[in-house]
Design a protein around this ligand. Structure first.
Ligand code: ADP
Ligand code: MG
Length: 260
């Protein structure tokens, strides 16, 4: 099976300072790759580079980001915009911040799907309501009619995740999607992402600091330190027999949760 995403020798810098150096990894259909590493190691930078969303001082200095046959480091802005939202979905740590404050959730979700031209209105409404409900939002019609400020941060986050999944993207980029929600919601989000993989073979590139989430979801783990991969391989191998001292330290620092 061919790769959905192949990152080859990627180097990214901000105002000349390298944040990600010579990084390579790949993802096939239905695979989940979790990136772990301490704060500032370059995790978000990788996802932003893939999505073409680096801030203006950020620059891809070398390497390729292949999505199928397209190299995302060199495709036109309009071609990239077409992929984002339809073929590539994104969930950020603070998904609520990406909503426009003065428009209803319904309008904003509908716009995502209309831009991609994937479904008609009634199919869209059903799918959106179903996704919101699966994330534990009991009254999805009311959520759709809300403005962002009428929803709590946790609700906005769940709506943001639903928005990213609305178009069944082949690749989902998720930057700490569950760090701001409570444990019950975390579980639902994880289950929903796993369903996306099972139902239509979504590949997921996810940043998380929660080793429990890594264990539950990942096929592969990439351990990042100072913008470089110190370890990259199948989840069992990396978590059970870590080679790098840094990985051992990360695992040792993991809080021991009491079992419920
Ligand atoms: P992580 O997500 O692992 O916490 P980031 O990718 O956000 O790390 O940041 C990696 C490094 O790049 C950090 O040293 C950070 O300070 C730097 N960095 C991130 N964004 C910018 C920016 N817009 N301008 C300058 N430096 C940045
Ligand atoms: Mg980050």
């Amino acid at each position: 099976m061919s790769d959905i995403l192949a990152v080859n020798d990627l180097t990214v810098s901000y105002a000349g300072d390298e944040s990600v150096s010579g990084l390579s990894f790949s993802l096939k259909e239905g695979e989940i790759l979790c990136i772990v590493g301490e704060s500032g190691s370059g995790k978000s930078t990788i996802l932003k580079a893939v999505a073409g969303l680096l801030s203006s001082d950020g620059e891809i200095r070398g390497g390729q980001i292949l999505f199928g046959n397209a190299d995302l480091t060199s495709i036109s802005d309009s071609d990239l915009r077409k992929l984002l939202g339809s073929e590539i979905g994104m969930v950020f740590q603070n998904a609520g911040a990406s909503f426009h404050p003065m428009r209803t959730i319904r309008d904003q979700l509908y716009e995502i799907q209309r831009t991609a031209g994937k479904m008609d209105r009634s199919v869209f409404e059903k799918k959106a309501e179903g996704l919101l409900e699966s994330f534990g939002l009991a009254n999805p019609k009311r959520i759709l009619d809300s403005y962002p400020f009428e929803l709590s941060g946790g609700m906005q986050q769940r709506v943001g995740i639903a928005a990213a999944m609305l178009l069944s993207p082949r690749l989902l980029l998720a930057d700490e999607p569950t760090s701001a929600v409570d444990v019950m919601i975390q579980r639902r989000v994880v289950e929903e992402l796993l369903l996306a993989r099972k139902d239509y073979g979504a590949a997921i590139l996810m940043v998380t600091h929660q080793m429990g989430v890594v264990r539950r979801m990942a096929n592969q783990v990439l351990v990042l330190k100072d913008g470089r991969a110190v370890e990259y391989g199948p989840v069992d191998q990396v978590l059970r027999t870590p080679k790098a001292d840094y990985t051992k330290k990360l695992l040792a620092a993991e809080p021991r949760l009491r079992r419920a």
